[in-house]
Design a binder for this molecule. Structure first.
Ligand code: NAD
Length: 374
């Protein structure tokens, strides 16, 4: 029997993405899998049903959940959806394990094998599966467009009959995946861009994109290519230099994050008050608490004439490409386990082992297990 890979129309009202796109469905079918899709799953991402060649259709989520051996998803499934999965099912998607403890408990209790794409290790072999990165790149791009849209200024320098217009100054804080894409986008639109990150390894990447690296004299390389949390003294030193660059910027895009920690507060209320009226802050770390003291997730706050935007689900605003990238990430994750239409997971492979959240009635990811059991 070939493995049945199912996908749902995402049930979260604000979610426009879909976890499988037609191109990926064709590849899964070629690999021998049966693909079962809930009708209308791709509609909000502009993938109408008729584009999905070779797929079979479920009229309801319940129908797909009852048949899927592997279910792919964008957002975490709710407890009521988890209850409808087959007992031996495999679930792959974003799980937000730190925040969705009831769902993790339900996955454990139903003995579902769940893979959280957030836990896929950031090693070179797994880059093509790295959904956090693909979606962060979308977010970085979109954040700049939002800033441009709210600024009462052009981004590029313009030479016109009415004289020369100076280019806007954009500061990007955090030069990870989202930050680098924000820098590249702001540069393409002609802004003068500065960027800052605590990891000095980003200096060359920032420069290669045509931006100036803000040197604060603080370096905080952590484990696995991530940053570590700063000491109080390091934070003070960083802040002094950064404050002057923030105050001088027309648009600030903040993307700083440390895994497993709330977003570091980098833009204070006091420095917002030093910015020029009309300036804009787009804080894409809003859902992790925000890099700016004034950020409210999902809202635009105007303070002293400065607009502080805390967007949520930016990839959902670019659902077509975000879904395409996400679906390819899932394909690259699943493909090594797909042989002659059957799924065989090699548990000695660190990618599967580390991405596994629950299996055989146990929570495999230690921090989540502790959080659920405490
Ligand atoms: P990443 O880990 O690749 O990059 C984060 C960067 O922040 C790292 O380079 C790190 O060194 C840097 N950093 C950490 N502490 C810092 C500090 N004190 N000062 C300056 N830099 C610091 O993460 P990413 O994938 O680029 O995502 C960035 C943020 O965007 C995350 O919070 C993520 O959750 C969020 N995000 C939001 C959306 C959305 O829709 N709003 C979408 C995708 C990602």
């Amino acid at each position: 029997m070939p493995v049945t890979i199912g996908t749902l129309r995402e049930s979260a009202p604000a979610e426009t993405r879909v976890s499988l796109v037609p191109e990926v469905v064709a590849k899964l079918s070629q690999a021998g899998a049966r693909v079962l899709i809930e009708r209308g799953a791709g509609e909000r991402a502009n993938f109408p049903d008729e584009l999905y060649k070779g797929a079979e259709w479920g009229d309801s989520a319940a129908q797909v959940l009852a048949q899927a051996d592997v279910l792919t998803a964008v957002q975490p499934l709710g407890v009521s959806e988890i209850a409808l999965l087959k007992p031996s099912a495999i679930l792959v998607g974003f799980m937000q394990p730190h925040a969705r403890l009831a769902e993790v408990r339900a996955l454990r209790d139903r003995k579902i094998t769940s893979f959280a794409v957030e836990l896929i290790p950031r090693i070179s072999r797994a880059q093509s599966m790295d959904a956090l990165s693909s979606q962060a790149a979308v977010a970085g791009y979109k954040a700049v467009l939002i800033a441009a849209d709210h600024l009462p200024k052009f981004l590029p320098m313009l030479t016109t009959a009415a004289g020369t217009i100076r280019p806007a100054q954009v500061l990007v804080v955090g030069a990870g995946v989202a930050g680098l894409q924000a820098i590249a986008t702001a540069r393409r639109l002609g802004a003068v861009v500065e960027a800052y990150d605590v990891r000095s390894a980003t200096r060359e990447q920032v420069k290669s994109l045509g931006a100036k690296f803000v040197d604060t004299g603080v370096s905080a390389e952590g484990q696995g290519g991530y940053a570590r949390e700063l000491t109080a003294e390091e934070r003070r030193k960083q802040q002094e230099v950064l404050d002057s660059r923030i105050a001088a910027a027309d648009a600030v895009i903040t993307t700083a994050s440390v895994p497993g920690r709330p977003a570091p507060k980098i833009v204070t209320r006091a420095v917002v008050e030093r910015m020029r009226p009309g300036s804009v802050i787009v804080d894409i770390a809003a859902e992790q608490g925000g890099n700016c003291e004034l950020t409210r997730a999902g809202e635009n706050v105007v303070h002293h004439g400065v607009t502080v935007i805390g967007p949520v689900n930016l990839p959902g605003q670019l659902a077509y490409n975000a879904s395409e990238m996400y679906a390819r990430n899932l394909l690259n994750f699943l493909k090594p386990a797909l042989q002659n239409g059957e799924l065989a997971i090699d548990w000695s492979d660190e990618v599967f082992a580390q991405a596994c959240l629950t299996r055989d009635g146990a929570i495999q990811h230690e921090p989540t297990r502790k959080a659920v059991e405490s």
